[in-house]
Ligand binder design. Structure first.
Ligand code: PHE
Length: 338
């Protein structure tokens, strides 16, 4: 009898070697441990034994049962852990669409600045930059803005010290470039500017401008009109109407403000254009001789024009955005539309 038990163990070891699937292992389990399995057959023999031997034999069978159970369960575990990576690779479906990584976008203001740079690059303009923390000299004096000019007060300019401020216009870059370079000059200068305005749908204490400056011999107002017309038509489209209105800036003479037909209502009149059909987008003019004097340019030899535009304003007009604050809130629902 005991020999039979040993034989069962040996058979099991042999059979296991020939099995490589989970299904095979389950069948093996039934064969040895199932209701009609080998172990149960042995149990059935117990009543046929002499009474005094029954208990000892029963214990042996139980020990064998535990051993066989351990062996088979261990084998099943081993097989299934080997099978998992196989199953995983089998269910990988390469025809599924997959998850797209969300791709970042340029901020709409950056896009506008890039678009402006591109149009002016085609007209031969380089890009220049200047500091946002600026000396009073560059923001006012050199630009022919007199000491008693209202824009110099605390109401219109953020002062850091008496002679140091946050620039309120990118016109500062005109002076910085002309101090360093001789004509011909052809630059645009994008950047942030600061004014102590109360924030509302149209005002912000910080916004962006793009300045332009062209200086050479024989530059005329006709050149200014040509360049700005070209820019506006390229940026807003050929059908946009442009009008030049006489205006005043201390650093240009003569000066003009440039309006375009309201791109939101098509010139019919809406609350963005105050029902006039026109919106102002640029300040411009011929560089004032006093500005050339401040940078020691020969005013007999050189003339030039300058212009400045608000980037937020242009972006709002182009895309029909009605509140400037949207640009600074970093709300993805807004930003992802551009
Ligand atoms: N600096 C002016 C402003 O901020 C714009 C301007 C620039 C006007 C250059 C004329 C020439 O309003």
């Amino acid at each position: 009898m005991l020999d039979t038990l040993e034989e069962i163990k040996r058979n099991l070891q042999k059979e296991i070697k020939g099995i490589s699937t989970l299904k095979g292992a389950e069948q093996l389990k039934i064969k040895y441990l199932g209701r009609n399995g080998g172990i149960n057959d042995l149990m059935k023999l117990i009543p046929t034994l002499p009474v005094e031997k029954r208990a000892a034999f029963g214990q042996k069978i139980n020990a064998l049962k535990v051993e066989i159970t351990d062996t088979i369960e261990g084998f099943i575990k081993k097989l299934s852990s080997e099978a998992i990576p196989k199953i995983k690779s089998e269910i990988f479906d390469i025809t599924l669409p997959g998850k797209r990584p969300s791709i970042g976008k340029r901020h709409p203001l950056t896009q506008t600045i890039d678009d402006i740079k591109e149009v002016f690059a085609r007209l031969g303009f380089d890009v220049a930059y200047g500091p946002e923390v600026e000396l009073e000299h560059y923001n006012f004096e050199a630009l022919n803005i007199p000491p008693d000019h209202p824009s110099r007060t605390d109401f219109d300019t953020f002062y850091i010290r008496d002679d140091v401020l946050l620039r309120s216009q990118t016109s500062t870059v005109q002076i910085r470039i002309m101090e360093k370079q001789k004509p011909p000059i052809r630059i645009i200068a994008p950047g942030r500017v600061y004014r102590p305005d109360t924030v509302d749908a149209r005002h912000s204490f910080m916004f962006h401008q793009v300045e332009g400056l062209l200086v050479d011999e024989g530059v005329s107002f006709a050149d200014l009109k040509g360049v700005l017309n070209q820019f506006i038509k390229t940026y807003f489209g050929q059908n946009i109407q442009v009008r030049f209105r006489p205006s005043f800036f201390p650093f240009t003479e003569p000066s003009a403000e440039i309006d375009i037909s309201c791109s939101l209502c098509g010139g019919k009149g809406c609350n963005v254009c105050s029902y006039s059909g026109w919106v102002e987008i640029l300040g411009a003019g011929m560089v004032d001789p006093n500005v050339f004097k401040a940078v020691h340019y020969d005013i007999e030899k050189y003339t030039g024009f300058a212009f400045g535009m608000g980037v937020e304003r242009i972006t709002m007009l182009k895309y029909g955005i009605c509140d400037i604050r949207l640009f600074y809130e970093n709300d993805i629902r807004f930003l992802s539309q551009f």
